[in-house]
Design a binder for this molecule. Structure first.
Ligand SMILES: *[C@@H]1O[C@H](CO)[C@@H](O)[C@H](O)[C@H]1NC(C)=O
Ligand SMILES: *[C@@H]1O[C@H](CO)[C@@H](O)[C@H](O)[C@H]1NC(C)=O
Ligand SMILES: *[C@@H]1O[C@H](CO)[C@@H](O)[C@H](O)[C@H]1NC(C)=O
Ligand SMILES: *[C@@H]1O[C@H](CO)[C@@H](O)[C@H](O)[C@H]1NC(C)=O
Length: 350
């Protein structure tokens, strides 16, 4: 009796040994953005098929039906949403385009991450840290409007900003706190994903002090409910995701972050990671990394790889599926290391 209770508990533990959310970025709305926060509207390619970019809507249907994915990240530039008017209202036509992507994501039954892909900047200026702007108020205006629009959509998550870098972490923390307060005040209770500096690198979360700074942020009621850390990490020598060589499986970095989060009773989502599909060592390291993330589901809530959407299938880190014989076929790297380590992980782990 006792033995059978223990063994069924053990089985339940094993079955849960994978992250709750698995998916991929459906990129394109961010195309043209550089790390100084310049995002020319002419380069934006929202993945809405003809007239825009890749067919992200069909890709999401494929990923949910054939790969049982349940989360997608939808990058977009700040400039696109307000049609280049800093601090201005959301542009009706551009918001409608972005919302079409959001709604097609939600219609698959998946959760969807809104991602403002601006590196904590607008056209070279750092939010709240540059004399000529953008100001905190400009950023709060953006998120207040988004939170108001989407307050009633339960399956959304808000990644406040993609990859802040080269800024004052102390000041950035105050900016993030204002954004959290504004979103909650607008009536939105969804998860908020908090990005640290150094491009939100998992390896820099602790050395940079971002981990401590992010965990201090709170909801207006003082709680930390639905406040999650956003983590990014690539496998190349400078963590840029621009090299075809991989140098690490990142398990030391993710292991240290896991311990940190576990001790604090907090969680993170890995919202960007990827590797070059053509490199055998990358396949080994990427599979090892993702298996490791899946084996720590108490602290890592999800894993979102990079990237599909408007990327061509030959982009260095492409996970855009091939269209062959009237159906989508995944990159082997995605099949093996993203989907495989997740589905396969039900049989093993902690
Ligand atoms: C965006 O602003 C430009 C310049 O003011 C204007 O020409 C264009 O029509 C606007 N686009 C939309 C979608 O409103
Ligand atoms: C941002 O970087 C891009 C690419 O390096 C460059 O063309 C652009 O002039 C820069 N913009 C600002 C405002 O610094
Ligand atoms: C992290 O960011 C800080 C501040 O911008 C910078 O000084 C440091 O060199 C960065 N570390 C790495 C590993 O890029
Ligand atoms: C990650 O790489 C290190 C060094 O090669 C290795 O010792 C470790 O077993 C790998 N981790 C996993 C989860 O495979």
């Amino acid at each position: 009796m006792i033995a059978s209770v223990i063994s069924s508990l053990a089985l339940a533990g094993l079955a849960a040994a994978r992250v709750q959310y698995l998916g991929v970025s459906i990129a394109g709305g961010d195309f043209g953005c550089t790390i100084n926060g310049s995002c020319p509207l002419s380069s934006s390619q929202l993945p809405l098929g003809s007239g825009f970019g890749g067919d992200g809507e069909a890709q999401m249907q494929h990923f949910t039906k054939d790969n049982t994915m349940n989360i997608f990240r939808l990058p977009v530039s700040w400039q696109f949403l307000v049609n280049n008017t800093l601090g201005g209202p959301l542009n009706t036509a551009n918001l409608a385009s972005y919302d079409r992507l959001v709604q097609s994501c939600l219609s698959t039954g998946a959760s969807c991450i809104l991602d403002i892909h601006n590196y904590a900047r607008w056209n070279g200026g750092i939010i709240g840290q540059s004399p000529s702007g953008p100001t905190d108020a400009d950023f709060i205006s953006l998120w207040t409007q988004l939170a108001t629009k989407y307050a009633k959509s339960p399956n959304l998550l808000f990644e406040l900003m993609n990859e802040p870098h080269d800024l004052s972490l102390a000041v950035w923390s105050t900016t993030l706190q204002k954004a959290i307060t504004a979103i909650r005040t607008a009536g939105a209770t969804q998860p908020i994903l908090l990005p640290g500096t150094n491009f939100s690198s998992a390896a820099q979360l602790l050395p940079s002090g971002s981990g401590d700074a992010l965990l201090k942020l709170t909801n207006p009621d003082g709680s930390t409910d639905n406040l999650l850390v956003a983590l990014h990490k690539f496998l190349d020598e400078d963590n840029s995701g621009t090299h075809s060589e991989c140098v690490t499986n990142n398990t030391i970095a993710f292991g240290e972050v896991a311990t940190f989060l576990r001790n604090a009773g907090r969680k993170a989502i890995v919202t960007e990671t990827g590797a070059a599909p053509g490199n055998p060592l990358c396949v080994v390291y990427f599979c090892e990394q993702n298996a490791f993330i899946n084996s720590n589901p108490d602290v890592f809530l999800g894993l979102v790889s990079w990237g599909a959407g408007s990327f061509n299938t030959d982009y260095l880190l492409s996970q855009t599926p091939f269209w062959e014989g009237g159906r989508f076929v995944d990159h082997p790297l995605m099949a093996q290391c993203v989907v495989g380590t997740w589905i396969g992980s039900t049989a093993g782990g902690r």
